[in-house]
Design a protein around this ligand. Sequence first.
Ligand code: ZN
Length: 286
Amino acid sequence: MYLFVLKIILLLTLNFNNIYQISTKCIEEYIVNNQNYKFNLDQIYDYREDKFYINIHYVKLNNRQIASSSTLPLITIKKEKHNSHSKVIYLTFDDGPSKLTLDILKVLDEHKVKATFFVVGNKVKQYPEITKEIREKGHILALHSYSHDYKKIYSDYESFINEMEYTQNLIYDVTKYKSYIIRFPGGSYKRLNIEFYNLLKEKNYRIYDWNISCGDGIGKNKDVETIYKNATDYGTHSRIILLMHCRQSDNATLCALPKIIEFYKKEGFKFETLDKCEEDYIFPFK
Ligand SMILES: [Zn+2]
């Protein structure tokens, strides 16, 4: 409860124009000054420097819109009628498939959880059988460009879209599954803007960055303990998109994975795939 009030206060110190984050909405009801209010509360998330961003719309239960967030009497929020939206984690693996992906699949199978694989087109071409295996095991295939070459992908919008479409077709040829879920190589930060976003939406793409990274994508000294520590340091998140990799070199991630899954199971998280996530999750635009 106090955390909620704190977040609202943080909200009021932020400029609404800087909030671009959209994520799954949940409806919550509160009693404010002895009146019922229904909140349509977007997921709170933090992004760099531990700042909280929140996007909130609320209506009185009689559907009369309240004009501005500052009209909310903060301190008098007394009671949460129900505040128990479930904790969800989306495990995501980028840059595969590789032979190591098969070992990742085994671990996921053993723990009976499903994940989302952002695959690279040229590797789909190289490993069609592994791509197929990902799908057959019930995981979700998603698009992560064809070349993973930043210079090519980000030279213009068309190149980016062409690479995604080409990869989409490659996956379809192998699995008969058409994926519209995409992730920008390196993340969308400083690469996505409203014009580009609208183009991607015309193509029906859903875009996902992440809010926790296990850190296996950065630096050479990847050890299992550090990866585990990064991956499980989830702060206040109740919906986690965890970034991991499954290249041939990601053996440390493979070793940390069972412990990471066990940790989140103990913490009460439900494991989902990103096709079940209703809205984009993107970093703020540049
Ligand atoms: Zn990548």
